[in-house]
Write a protein that binds this ligand. Structure first.
Ligand code: SF4
Ligand code: SF4
Length: 347
């Protein structure tokens, strides 16, 4: 990975150059919050807090998307795959979301590769920004291994005072810089270490603690598949699915076919779905495998902390805090559920 130091006006210049050529999306202010949106000027970018309500997964897995069209032909159907992938720069992505994109990349590239997702990822440039203060009181990214993005970006900026320390993990990242900056020196590395040390201390003070050992989260979940916590939290759940919709690592979708009124042409649409919704596990016979809300909450939590953790070696909660903020009854935090189970099994 190459490392540079770039003057702050240099980053502005790179964004402005990119705006002449491509769609650039970044967090922008939206009422009292922020959301990723196409920008037209550098000034629109929200750096740091607040966290966007919806994570950047919407650019790779849109909330709804036509994935194929079909029409009747010669007694059968002619089918055409649809994919509205476009070149895009995603600027200002926080580390928890970079980690989440890395995890969903692995899901969509596994076995039956999802062409629609992968084509959109291929055309995207990810420019991450280091969080030097927690972006919300709900964030638990330090605890859930979401604060350090490793090399899961094209370019990553850390504010080290008058300049940015810039890590480039790909050719796309290098191209975005357009030669701005100079190779980082020993002094710049020392400044970076000191900024990140201060960052970690601050996050450690401000974020809720994770009581069980991070690496034992799958074990804790397995040992407590039957536990009163699930019923107690589950009975307060509205089954609204907000926690799924705002989560950067929730990637489930449903598909439906639509026939046009001519009964000759139609299309297939996919759209976000979520395991906390009542119909998610309902099958054609009418059977529902997770009819009870506590069962759905247990399933969601196990997906994050157990099943996918076991399979991919990392928590599928990156600690962004969005579901914790979105849940009106404050019952869904994977970290708090793990803490509660851990405390109650220890007494
Ligand atoms: S489970 Fe909640 S805190 Fe964890 S990544 Fe998803 S939305 Fe963020
Ligand atoms: S846990 Fe909270 S956000 Fe999720 S479905 Fe239940 S009430 Fe809605």
């Amino acid at each position: 990975m190459k490392q540079y130091v770039v003057e702050k006006p240099g980053i502005r210049k790179s964004v402005e150059e990119e705006l002449k050529r491509k769609k650039v999306c970044a967090p922008v202010k939206q009422e009292n919050s922020a959301n990723f949106s196409a920008i037209h000027s550098f000034e629109e970018i929200v750096w740091g807090p607040p966290q966007t309500v919806i994570p950047p997964k919407k650019y790779f897995l849109p909330t709804s998307e036509n994935i194929l069209s079909f029409r009747k032909r010669d007694g059968g159907f002619e089918v055409e795959a649809l994919n509205a992938a476009e070149e895009i720069v995603l600027f200002g992505v926080h580390p928890c979301d970079l980690n989440a994109i890395y995890l969903t990349d692995r899901i969509f590239a596994e076995k039956n590769q999802d062409e629609n997702y992968l084509a959109k990822r291929e055309k995207a440039v990810l420019i991450g920004v280091d969080c030097l203060t927690p972006c919300s009181p709900e964030a638990v990214c330090l605890r859930m291994d979401g604060l350090n993005p490793g090399d899961r970006f094209d370019l990553f900026l850390t504010d080290i005072g008058d300049v940015y320390f810039v890590e480039a993990a790909s050719r796309k990242g290098e191209e975005f810089l357009r030669g701005e900056g100079r190779p980082a020196s020993e002094i710049d590395h020392r400044k970076l270490s000191s900024v990140r040390k201060q960052r970690d201390e601050l996050f450690d003070q401000e974020e809720k603690k994770l009581l069980p050992d991070y690496n034992d989260l799958p074990g804790l979940m397995k040992r407590n598949y039957v536990h009163a916590v699930w019923e107690e939290h589950g009975e307060k759940c509205y089954g609204c699915g907000s926690c799924n919709m705002v989560c950067p690592t929730c990637y489930c979708f449903d598909v439906e076919d639509y026939m046009r009124v001519d009964l000759e042409n139609g299309f297939r649409k996919r759209f976000w779905d979520g395991c906390m919704l009542e119909d998610f596990a309902k099958v054609a016979s009418g059977e529902n495998f997770r009819e009870e809300r506590f069962d759905r909450l247990r399933h969601r939590t196990n997906r994050k902390l157990n099943y996918l953790f076991d399979k991919w070696g990392q928590s599928f909660c990156t600690g962004c805090g969005r579901c914790i903020k979105a849940c009106l009854t404050h019952i869904v935090s994977p970290l708090e559920i793990a803490n509660e189970i851990f405390q109650r099994q220890s007494v």
